[in-house]
Design a protein around this ligand. Sequence first.
Ligand code: SAM
Length: 656
Amino acid sequence: MGRRAKNKQGDPLREPTEHISPQKLGKRKANPGSDQKRPAKKVKNPARPTRLESLQENVKPRRTGKAALSDSEESWGGIEEENHPEGWDDVQDEDAVPRYVISCSSGTTSHRVKWRRSLFQDSDVSSKSDATSVSDTDEEGEDLPITASNFEARSHALDAKLARYAKLDAEELQLAAQVEADDLEGAEDMDADEDEVDAPDNGTVLPTPEERAEEKKVGGPEVHVVQKRMRQCIGILKRWKTSGAKTGRDRTEFVEQLILDIASYYGYNEYLAEKLFQLFPAAEAIEFFDANEVPRPVTIRTNTLRTRRRDLAQALINRGVNLESIGKWTNVGLQVFESSVPIGATPEYLAGHYMLQAASSFLPVISLSPQPHERVLDMASSPGGKTTHMAALMQNTGIIFANDANKARTKSLTANIHRLGCKNVVVCSYDGREFPKVMGGFDRVLLDAPCSGTGVISKDASVKINKTEKDFTLLSHLQKQLILCAIDSVNPASKTGGYLVYSTCSVTIDENEAVVDYALRKRPNAHLVDSGLEFGRPGYTSYRGKSFHDSVKQTRRFYPHVHNMDGFFVAKFRVTKRAKQAEEDKERSYPAADEDVLQDVQFDEKEDERYIQGESPHNHSSGLLMNLTEAKRRRLKAKGLRVTPRNHATTSAISA
Ligand SMILES: C[S@@+](CC[C@H](N)C(=O)[O-])C[C@H]1O[C@@H](n2cnc3c(N)ncnc32)[C@H](O)[C@@H]1O
């Protein structure tokens, strides 16, 4: 991650060769000698920070401190990830060698500004975060070693510091909400002043067939040619309504050229470049692609089963780790800016005081909000970032079934569960589609589904070229099957819950809104509810001719270029009784012996006894007895307890 990022964070306009992956280098000619001039940029209203300058909406700019490195240093390039987890994972595999040593850094915001600048901005745009950064050096006694006598004072100082930061977070969040509202109002108008680029109002921006053939012959266009053309196409597309006609060309010609150039410039296959491009207005798409070239902030989650965030922060600060709380929306997250020790191998890490975990991964668990003493299913759980988070929220009470179809991956799941001291977790390995047959009646279910990983391209660049149309079709199909099973595994009569959260680390519609919409159609007893998350963009209710149920706007989307976290999707469902079942229950005035309601079936021991004492198994009452016995059997089985074989139970009841 680090090495890759280091090579990619240069301004592509100034240092084209630095921005190109080896794969891309092979494909086209770099032109390091080019001294092309960038178009002059109009200065925006300086009083209003740009969207990206104003704030990392949810992951904050780094504050300068005594241990801070120069902001002129190139990015987060020093994060050494020797054995980075494959596509799906957003937490560390316990088996893997601890691998994060942050050897150099600059603030997240600086990065952001850098990659924001990469295609459109001038080099004289300074990072707002630097100007507004808060110095930590004024913390009283911060340089002194911790002793028994100053421990209390240091602890209070840290509290005060965290409180100050929380206040800043609140202000930043408010500003972010405002900025996000602006975005939604007119994403097309975004940064309009940056697009006064040197695009002629005619079709000459597009290559002629001969030029295209020539580009192909030499292994792709020159880097500076692609950059310039991308800027020009975006400029033209933005002004299309007013001056598109002057080009004498069709709009789709510019879109197609832009997609081809994005694919070649950022190293995507054309299918995926188009799929991702279509999610955003043209200029925003570039921000998204740029953001995928930069690693996300390193974040950790405090394991509250073992420690408190304040104590953990203090312990790590004492080891020379530069960190701060992630934001108001989480009370367990810490963002690590710099560390002289490997974050994946500190004594605190080994003692299970924290999990190395992407900030976006907190979201589905926060949304699901499992409660103490509940019965919870984590349907696709390895390596256990979310399972262990849920165990902590449940204070090690109740029970979590942590399932993963891939048995090999449950090793790291088990290791994480042990390291973090989770005592309420049972690990199992079924295909998720076998639920609720193997077990049902859960108060809450988390389906963090297997996905394409288009939200985590900065962690796994192989997605850029690996994923084909077929992958998306297959994945979407699997996700649809899994979500129905997840819904059916929820106990609609749960006294405390009855919820399912569906999440992916992908940003495509096929894997998110389309899956959720399918579930709503197939399971009328499942309804989308508020995710409970304070930020995130609403899910699409219509997209390229498809329309989804209006409630899909309650789902939440998270993006690297907007929220400075991995691309993510979260949908929360409330599962109620099926209409037929509810109707039957009403008629019979007792719950049906259905797996979904087994948890709440009340057994009248006296009445059972009467039946056991001699009523015929063929009359209505004994039918009830059979039902109840069967229900009881299933309930025990669902709890993993041994049950008497069916025949035996019936026989003994009859013969008694
Ligand atoms: C996104 S990862 C889960 C990450 C995990 N929730 C966490 O927070 O650490 C998806 C997981 O789904 C598992 N998986 C794939 N197909 C599955 C299926 N049919 N049933 C259950 N699990 C499946 C994969 O092995 C993978 O571990």
